[in-house]
Design a protein around this ligand. Structure first.
Ligand code: IMP
Ligand code: MG
Length: 202
């Protein structure tokens, strides 16, 4: 099934009690997220080979809610681990990643599914998959909830195998995604208001 294309969809009002002058509107409701997560879970389930162990590797912190909802649909057995990676750390030069939490699992000869919240330039996922390939998994596939529309895919980017939604190029928060560590707990995806006093130049 194709990703749900929201690139031309307008915003809805932010539901109470989450209204905030830092949010411009709601892009994806909680109901729509849950429906699509169920579809993605089915899609992945149907395509997952059962000849070798399956490892689900979730990228902290943004993918924590998405991972939690996705894996609860599955009845096949998985090894679940988390890997911390940050592209916005204080001491991280642009384009570089800092590894904030190492994974514990040996990936060799296992089917690996990497889960991330959002694919923007694709650099994060490219660097993560380049690193994981060194561990010689039997297969390596990627799943993201959101894929930002881009005119020019960069040469360093990578496509995800499973995508929940295509979205316009706006800064989104909620359902795991943060702005300065805030808004991760929202059950929906909202758009940050770039003109709000606390977001400017922050
Ligand atoms: P990429 O390397 O440009 O693909 O960036 C991916 C990472 O940047 C994601 O895993 C997020 O952590 C972060 N990111 C990119 N766009 C957004 C956004 O709109 N809101 C919050 N985080 C974002
Ligand atoms: Mg992330």
């Amino acid at each position: 099934m194709k990703p749900v294309d929201l690139t031309l969809k307008g915003l809805e009002p932010v539901p109470t009690p989450w209204n905030s002058d830092m949010l411009k509107g709601m892009m994806i409701s909680s109901e729509l997220i849950q429906k699509r997560v169920g579809e993605l879970a089915d899609e992945i389930d149907r395509s997952m080979p059962d000849d070798k162990p399956v490892v689900v590797l979730s990228l902290l912190s943004g993918a924590f809610l998405f991972t939690a909802d996705l894996v609860r649909h599955w009845r096949f057995s998985i090894e679940l681990d988390f890997m911390g990676v940050s592209s916005y750390g204080k001491n991280v030069a642009s384009g570089e990643l800092s590894w904030t939490h190492p994974m514990q699992i040996d990936l060799k000869e296992k089917h690996v599914l990497v889960i991330d919240d959002i694919l923007d330039t694709g650099q994060t996922l490219r660097k993560v998959t380049d690193k994981l390939h060194l561990s010689q998994p039997a297969s390596l596939r990627t799943c993201v909830l959101l894929r930002k529309e881009r005119q020019q895919p960069s040469e360093h980017s990578v496509n995800a195998d499973f995508v929940g939604f295509f979205i316009p190029d706006q800064f989104v928060v909620g359902y795991g995604l943060d702005f300065a560590l805030q808004f991760r707990q929202l059950p929906f995806i909202g758009v940050l208001d770039a003109h709000a006093p606390h977001t400017a130049n922050d």
